[in-house]
Design a protein around this ligand. Structure first.
Ligand code: AMP
Ligand code: MG
Length: 494
């Protein structure tokens, strides 16, 4: 299958499968990356290299720099840009596709088959009005956040490295180009299904759905239900878990369009995302989202709306509409259950009991009223479980209201069989991160990188790899955001 047999191509000893490309020409356009002039390393993730069975030393080598900038082919890869469509901000947007991402192919790794994609690798057939590039700023954010989410245990696409170039890229100002190497078992989105369904290409729709079921959801063929309805239900279950994870760390995605929803329930396409500082359920992280469609508290319902679009796209493969509606139904209970479980664990609760959802909600309301910092609150609550209550109490303006809540919480904790302060505090520290990728932390690393100093990208990556640990020299990363953090405006521009 048209794999690269260029004599100059680098052979990493990987076995390439390129199964997506085997789906056929209707699904993609063969596209090679556009060379990136004068590339340099911005960041690398050795931990992922190891997982992929890559020689970590090679990742620092000039050959790797050329390969992951799109300047040298990898032997066995068969690069393509895939076609998809989608709903953007609630409106059907028609054909989109990989406008700047190029799928190099799929390799067999010790972690299983993985697709490699270069984001920002130049024009494709689907670039529309865009230039096929990504700027350094957004590439650093995607690189760091992908790996940070993974370290938090949140399903996500991964990032192996970022390379940068002096090549100018025009956004609101003139910036420079960068390329992120993304890694995931699959980059298939809800929008891939919507594309073929909307175009009446039902044969292709079925082929895509069969491909996804056979490879990633084989259990959907068990029993005598409709396998495509089963697929919808399985995707909905994974999506519920993903969004519950997001809500529990105060993560706002920012652009939950259906083309940014992974069929594997992975967090994908890091744009104007944000880990919230002061808690506000209606927080909008995307400066372009004036209506607040993707505000923090709307994420669970938007995920459902997106699943509904996926269900609609899959309808031609079902016997009746009711199958899709039935498949979507469990989301309505799975999501709240997953959220209560996660939030309960953050409070040190080992199981979910009646009244827990209200206990959690009461805390969130107090946090909202006093605009308490999301991550610092939960981290200090770990200390409070161990009896050290003053620091968390000091976060509230209305300390008596907090005291009343804390008394309820302590009573609930003490009702757990064999309750032990320090064991509970330790368990809570394993689910309440000390360090998250706050906007201002990314901003500091970006501004240094724009001056040619990439050391903060690396320091931040290392800290984000151990988000639950108390480590020396990282207090600044765990601290309250500076006031200027409120002024940072992150839009769709990337
Ligand atoms: P996003 O909002 O980043 O998920 O992108 C939505 C669509 O626009 C996708 O089809 C992207 O590939 C495409 N796109 C975004 N930025 C660019 C760009 N600079 N050049 C070409 N296509 C782009
Ligand atoms: Mg996208």
């Amino acid at each position: 299958m048209n794999a690269v047999v260029d004599a100059a191509a680098l052979d990493l000893g990987w076995t390439w499968q390129n199964r997506f490309a085997a789906l056929g020409e209707a699904f993609f356009t063969r596209t090679s990356p556009t060379p990136l002039p004068e590339p340099q390393w911005v960041g690398t993730q050795p931990a992922l290299a190891r997982e992929l069975g890559l020689d970590v030393a090679w990742l620092a080598h000039p050959e790797a720099l050329q390969a992951f900038s799109g300047n040298r082919a990898l032997a066995g890869s068969a690069p393509v840009a895939t076609v998809y469509s989608g709903h953007q901000f609630g409106v059907w947007a028609g054909q989109l596709g990989d406008g700047r991402a190029i799928l190099l192919g799929e390799v067999d790794t010790p972690a299983g088959p993985m697709e490699l994609q270069l984001k920002g690798a130049g024009l494709t057939r689907y670039s529309r009005m865009g230039d096929g590039r990504a700027v350094l700023r957004s590439s650093i954010r995607e690189f760091l956040c992908s790996e940070a989410m993974h370290a938090l245990g949140i399903p996500t696409t991964r990032a192996l490295c970022v390379t940068g170039s002096p090549q100018p890229v025009i956004r609101e100002t003139v910036e420079t180009a960068a390329v992120v190497t993304r890694v995931a078992p699959s980059f298939i989105r809800f929008g891939h299904f919507e594309h073929f369904s909307a175009n009446g290409q039902i044969g292709e729709l079925r082929r895509l759905a069969d491909f996804v079921i056979d490879r990633y959801y084989p259990a959907c063929r068990d029993g005598d239900g409709n396998p495509y309805a089963n697929l919808l239900e399985a995707v909905a279950a994974r999506t519920a878990e993903m969004v519950a994870h997001w809500q529990a760390v105060g993560f706002c995605h920012g652009v939950m369009n259906t083309d940014n929803m992974s069929i594997l329930g992975l967090t994908i396409d890091y744009g104007p995302f944000q880990f919230m500082d002061a808690f506000n359920p209606a927080h909008i992280c995307n400066h372009s989202d004036s209506g607040g469609r993707y505000a923090y508290h709307r994420q669970p319902n938007i995920a459902y709306w997106n699943l509904f679009c996926l269900g609609q796209a899959l309808l031609p493969l079902m016997d009746e509409q009711q199958q899709a509606l039935d498949a979507l139904e469990p989301y309505k209970t799975l999501f709240p259950a997953a959220l209560t479980r996660r939030m309960g664990a953050k409070l040190g609760l080992v199981d979910v009991r009646e009244g827990d959802a209200e206990l959690i909600e009461a805390l969130m309301q107090l946090m909202h009223k006093d605009a308490v910092d999301f991550s610092i609150l939960f981290r200090r609550l770990c200390d409070a479980a161990g009896g050290h209550t003053e620091p968390v109490r000091d976060l509230f303006l209305q300390r008596e209201a907090f005291d009343a809540w804390a008394a309820r919480w302590r009573e609930r904790l003490q009702s757990q069989p064999g309750f032990d302060d320090s064991v509970t505090a330790a368990a809570m520290r394993r689910v309440n991160p000390r360090i998250v990728l706050r906007n201002h932390l990314g901003q500091v690393a970006i501004e240094r990188a724009q001056q040619g100093d990439f050391s903060e990208v690396d320091r931040l990556l290392k800290a984000l790899m151990a988000p639950f640990d108390e480590r020396e020299g990282e207090d600044d990363l765990a601290a309250f955001p500076p006031d200027w953090a409120q002024q940072i405006e992150i839009s769709c521009s990337s």
